[in-house]
Design a protein around this ligand. Structure first.
Ligand code: NAP
Length: 478
């Protein structure tokens, strides 16, 4: 079995043990073994990053741009291979895996340009004969902690801006899916970026993640994951004076109004709720449907869902792969029981599926007649489970959509310009979609939420510089 190690100070270094990376479509298939580090490996990685920082943070932007462009080109050239690895370890379909790998490559290429565009301001002082320069500088050594559901795109959208703006990195990928992040680290290690600028330490969050968050040599933490872990990290970062950026969960609403194009509304609801096995922070799990279209919508959803093919992520024709892990599958199935016990009607799916290979397969589930206050409509399930809430009209739909502790993405299906415009203005989500799925975003514009979904500056696009740089104001007497 192939074994993969941490990247620390430009060297591949063993941790204390190795852990197998299993294929959730076929538990008999082990992808490779990945090393498990501890706090000592974090110490070594932070020391390497700290040593590399003075030269890297003042390095020429052409060199940084070339390296990022090279990384992006290699990812794009190998998107089929990387996307297949991703699908094999995470369980999204091969097409989705290739799409995610493509996005990772595009992100690196975008930030190859972005590091050339970083600018500041020169303004006159209110005092005579004094000039003021406002510039952006690197934050320092940044710790990046990522979840399992986007094993290459999320590492990419944190690593690329961190490096573009002159920071050194210690990256901790999700223990469940280290393969794609390791492959990315291997590409970065050959990109011409000096040793120590980028480090990868694999292992458990409670060990490696915790050591990173509490390390005095780390200046900032960018985290994507669950609300519970994120809130704890926020407190630890505040206590230790670290800059922090958190992207967390969602309970995203998809409104369908009476005037919607039914076929389009059904298609985008199915895409939003169930594709990528519903394991997207931007997945829609609350389908808020007005009275007039409600019966037709339920019937059309059931008919469309009957055509969804759940199967091996790598098999041709699979629409939806397996759930990523045993514990996630147990969580998804437990919410089916919770929904039923709360009085919602299980209109379709929701059962564990036995297929040719031993994997974590589940039929996508739709609840109808669900109440906005039910746990299935308030708590993030993070699987292929959606529930339909019936409302009287647009005003109630909007109020229901906003009645959540989360605020990541929100969608509306309507042919009315009036309602679409009102919803864009009054939705309390960070990202709003009109006649589009709640999931599926571009790589060159800001990504992030409001309320309990996010904390700190936005990720991606030119907005990424807010987190990965710090502002300096310099005065000069003429
Ligand atoms: P998670 O359990 O919070 O884990 C996220 C990362 O944090 C993993 O690398 C994890 O390590 C690490 N971690 C765990 N405990 C830690 C600790 N005490 N200190 C520091 N790090 C720690 O989340 P997940 O289950 O991987 O991902 C699913 C969640 O991510 C969902 O809530 C989803 O909505 C959210 N998500 C949000 C976005 C967004 O942009 N808003 C995007 C994608 C996903 P290990 O797992 O390796 O042990």
């Amino acid at each position: 079995m192939q074994q993969h190690d941490n990247l620390i100070g430009g060297e591949w270094q063993k941790g204390n043990s190795y852990s197998p990376n299993l294929n959730p479509s076929n538990l008999g298939d082990t992808i490779a073994e990945y090393t498990q580090g501890d706090a000592a490996h974090v110490d070594a990685a932070v020391a390497a990053a700290t040593a590399a920082l003075p030269a890297w943070s003042t390095s020429g932007i052409q060199m940084r741009s070339d390296a990022l462009d090279k990384i992006g080109n290699e990812i794009l050239a190998r998107k089929e291979e990387l996307g297949t690895l991703l699908a094999r370890e995470e369980g999204k379909t091969k097409a989705e895996g290739i799409g995610e790998a493509t996005r990772a490559g595009q992100i690196f290429k975008f930030f190859a340009g972005e590091c050339l565009r970083l600018s500041g301001e020169i303004v006159p002082s209110v005092r005579p004969n004094i000039g003021v320069e406002i510039t952006r500088e690197p934050v320092g050594v940044v710790g990046l902690i990522t979840p399992w559901n986007f094993p290459i795109a999320i590492p990419a959208w944190k690593i690329a801006p961190a490096l573009a703006f002159g920071n050194c990195v210690v990256m901790k990928p999700a223990d469940l899916v280290p393969g794609s992040a390791w492959a990315l680290a291997e590409i970065i290690s050959r990109s011409g970026i000096p040793a120590g600028v980028f480090n990868l330490v694999m292992g458990r969050g409670s060990v490696i993640g915790d050591a990173l968050v509490n390390h005095p040599g780390i200046h900032a933490i960018s985290f994507t994951g669950s609300v519970g872990v994120g809130r704890r990290i926020a407190v630890q970062c505040a206590t230790n004076h670290k800059k922090v950026q958190l992207e967390m969960g969602g309970k995203n609403p998809q409104i369908v109004l009476d005037d919607a194009d039914l076929a389009q509304a059904v298609e985008l609801s199915v895409q939003s709720a169930f594709y990528s096995t519903g394991q997207r922070c931007t997945a829609a799990s609350r389908l808020i449907v007005t009275d007039g279209i409600y019966p037709k919508f339920i019937e059309a959803m059931k008919a469309r869902m009957a055509k969804i093919k759940v199967g091996d992520a790598l098999a041709q024709g699979t629409d939806i792969g397996p759930v990523s892990s045993q514990s996630q599958l147990e969580q998804d199935l437990s919410y089916i029981e919770i929904g039923k016990s709360e009085g919602a009607v299980l209109a379709a799916g929701g059962e564990r599926l036995k297929l040719d290979t031993d994997g974590f397969y589940m039929a996508p589930a739709l609840f109808s007649e669900s109440g906005a206050g039910m746990r299935i409509n308030r708590e993030e399930i993070f699987g292929p489970v959606a529930s339909v809430i019936r409302v009287k009209g647009y005003d109630e739909a909007l109020a229901t959509a906003n009645d959540t502790e989360f605020g990541l993405s929100a969608g509306i299906a309507t042919t009315s310009l009036k309602y679409a415009t009102h919803f864009k203005r009054h939705s309390q989500a960070g990202m709003v979609m009109v006649n589009l799925p709640t999931a599926g975003v571009d790589y060159h514009v800001p990504f992030g939420g409001r309320k309990g979904s996010s904390y700190g500056p936005r990720e991606q696009g030119k907005y990424a510089q807010e987190f990965f740089t710090t502002v300096k104001t310099a005065y000069t007497l003429a």
